[in-house]
Design a protein around this ligand. Structure first.
Ligand code: R2B
Ligand code: URA
Length: 288
């Protein structure tokens, strides 16, 4: 009937607003998103936050603030907005991360590795919750090292492995090891691949497994760090083992990013360009 379809529609609209997995927040009347420098003065009446961020649908993240500024300008151009001024950094007061907003898109820097990314990710998830953003999608647009694919290949992560070569994320919570699943939703991967297939820019875009490590050097099997206690042969064996697991790229955020977004139940995707093929070496040939 008409009314039951309206009911379904209403439920759908409601379920699009993300629910956080922390009942302690219900007892907080204010909340300061410290690293974003965003103050939620009344968690029960967030109209100010909704008016500033309620239209956000896409949260694009990447390591550096300059890349996020360039991305914001690129998105603005895609939207056909004629404006040559620099977008403003909405998190300047926080001194840690940068955020630029272009209509329904925010571009936010996350630093290097899971630890810096997880700080801003928690706060961004709370932000989209308070702002009541509808069906938000979190994407990481990053760099990585490839395994057996030509440099320039774009890898969209399927399963995220950690540095222990397990398809999970492991963290210490209250002094205990907590292990959580780390997969990205198929629907997001499919949409990104379909978009990639449309362009004719010469870049290959594939979906594959990704290893996210906590260390750029020893954690990724490099032999050019300040410390290395394995042989070049051990390194190649390790990279081959990664390849056998369907891993085609190595970066430093995938398993944390997949597990946190999977736990919350929010759509997410990790899209990284390979800067080098790790089967050919550890160093970048030139500054990317
Ligand atoms: C890719 O590039 C960074 C290290 O150079 C790190 O954030 C990552 O995942
Ligand atoms: N980022 C990484 O984490 N590893 C690489 O090899 C390149 C970029």
């Amino acid at each position: 009937s008409h009314s039951s379809s309206r009911h379904v529609q209403l439920l759908r609209t409601m379920s699009q607003i993300i629910q956080l997995k922390n009942h302690h927040l219900d007892g907080m009347s204010t909340d300061f998103l410290y690293h974003l420098a965003i103050n939620v003065v009344d968690t029960k009446d967030t109209r100010d936050i909704q008016s500033q961020f309620g239209d956000v649908r896409f949260i694009l993240t990447g390591g550096t603030s300059t890349r996020m500024l360039e991305l914001a300008k690129y998105v603005r151009k895609l939207f056909g907005v004629e404006d040559t001024s620099d977008p403003v950094d909405l998190c300047k007061k926080g001194h840690r991360y940068a955020m630029y907003k272009v209509g329904p898109v925010i571009c936010v820097s996350h630093g290097v590795g899971s630890s810096t990314f997880s700080v801003v990710l928690h706060e961004l998830l709370k932000l989209v919750h308070y702002a009541k953003c509808k069906d938000p999608v979190f994407l990481r647009i990053g760099t990585c090292g490839g395994i057996g694919v030509p440099p320039g290949t774009v890898v969209v992560t399927k399963n995220a492995f950690n540095g222990l070569l397990r398809n999970e994320h492991e963290i210490a919570i209250l002094g205990e090891r907590v292990v959580r699943p780390a997969q990205f939703p198929e629907s997001v991967i499919k949409d990104i691949l379909a978009y990639g297939a449309r362009d004719d820019d010469g870049f290959q875009i594939i979906s594959a497994n990704t290893m996210g490590t906590d260390c750029f050097y020893e954690g990724q099997g490099r032999t050019d760090g300040a410390i290395c206690e394995y042989s070049a042969e051990d390194k190649m064996k390790f990279l081959q083992k990664c390849h056998d697991l369907g891993i085609r790229n190595i970066e430093m955020e995938a398993s944390m990013f997949a597990s946190v977004t999977q736990k919350i139940g929010v759509k997410a995707g990790d899209i990284c360009v390979t800067l080098l093929n790790r089967l050919d070496g550890d160093q970048f040939v030139s500054f990317p």
